[in-house]
Ligand binder design. Structure first.
Ligand code: NAX
Length: 329
């Protein structure tokens, strides 16, 4: 039977980059037929309808059906996967509280609609920003669904970090593993190279040979480059990251379904691991085992790394508390 995938914000930029790769089988595999449900707000419907026409013209062998709607109840009906991409961007003069409130007004009702209408095995990937807190709001509104089914995308950050490390070491990115993202998908994120491997061997010595003082390099070069890569893309390209974001979302869902043979990164619910308050959706090093994300436990964090993780977690706590103060959580 075909897998039903709901994509919100499907008429937008990332939606356009995602849909064709999903239809081509890049996300679930070449043997899996898919049914796509595209959810938009009324202003975005034309964009989604246009994409649906092009999907039809792609004659994708794995694509069984496409439906476009602005009704969440219809969009999430029977969904096995929900990619929540549509979000309210920060407008002129908008304070952070306004942004959180506007997005709570989207992700709360969507979480409730997922709980009411989606398949019992539904897995939710939140891409729309602020992704971690949006995922928290959706999970909190989804009565009867375990919070473990709600994740926030931090795979783009990890892919960027692995690519930067590969470039610094002058090795192919495929050999670089274990560069987890800790914390929030924001400028406070902590991309952590301390456990990185190249072709299965620790990268620390090779890195020190290239950059000298590894901590100074991380502080001055690596972390700002990764954390501000979105802004760099906007500056160079003239618009935000789209294809790389869609590709990371595909990586995330594919690994969630098919498993990983090493660590990756995802925003998942904390059960108190590494002292992160229970219930927050925080990015951790994770592995996908038997269809679920497991946080990699027992890693050493030195005082410098600990402070980085704590700063990003503090931001997640602030976002949660701001939404709570508005009575939206
Ligand atoms: P676009 O503005 O091109 O598309 C967003 C679409 O969402 C629009 O078509 C809009 O009509 C729709 N939408 C808005 N509210 C909706 C609702 N309630 N239900 C359904 N659809 C709704 O933005 P795009 O470039 O596609 O980016 C989408 C989101 O991804 C943004 O929030 C962006 O900040 C976020 N990103 C997240 C990344 C991550 O790694 N987690 C990286 C890329 C990106 O910045």
């Amino acid at each position: 039977m075909a897998t039903t995938i709901t994509i919100t914000g499907a008429g937008g930029q990332i939606g356009y980059a995602l849909l064709f790769r999903i239809a081509a089988g890049d996300m679930l595999g070449a043997g899996e037929s898919v049914r796509l449900r595209l959810l938009e707000i009324p202003q975005g419907l034309k964009g989604a309808e246009g994409a649906a026409l092009e999907l039809q013209d792609g004659a994708f062998p794995l694509l069984e059906h496409v439906e476009v709607t602005d009704d969440p109840a219809v969009a999430f009906e029977g969904a096995n996967h929900a990619l929540l991409v549509g979000a309210r961007p920060r407008g002129p003069g908008m304070e952070r509280g306004d942004l959180l409130a506007a997005n709570a007004g989207i992700f709360g009702p969507q979480g409730a609609a997922i709980a009411a209408h989606a398949a019992s095995d539904v897995r939710v990937t939140v891409v729309g920003n602020p992704a971690n807190t949006n995922a928290l709001i959706a999970a909190s509104s989804a009565d009867g669904l375990p919070a473990e089914r709600f994740t926030a995308l931090t795979r783009l950050d990890e892919n960027r970090a692995r690519a930067q490390l590969a470039q610094t070491l002058d090795v192919p990115v495929a050999g670089i593993r274990r560069v987890p993202i800790w914390g929030n998908h924001s400028a406070t994120q902590f991309p952590d190279v301390s456990h990185a491997t190249v072709d299965g061997r620790p990268a620390a010595d090779a890195l020190a040979a290239r950059v000298g003082d590894t901590t100074a390099w991380q502080e001055q070069t690596f972390i700002p480059r990764v954390a501000k890569r979105g802004a760099e893309i906007i500056e160079v390209r003239g618009s935000s990251s789209v294809a790389s974001a869609a590709s990371a979302a595909i990586d995330h869902v594919r690994d969630w379904v098919h498993g990983t043979d090493d660590w990756t990164s995802a925003g998942v619910v904390s059960h108190g691991e590494y002292g992160v308050p229970e219930g927050l959706i925080c990015s951790f090093p994770v592995q996908s085992i038997d269809g679920g994300w497991r946080i990699v436990e027992g890693l050493e964090l030195d005082a410098w790394a600990r402070a980085r993780v704590d700063a990003s977690v503090a931001e997640l706590i602030e976002e949660r508390d701001a939404v709570r103060a508005l009575g939206l959580l």
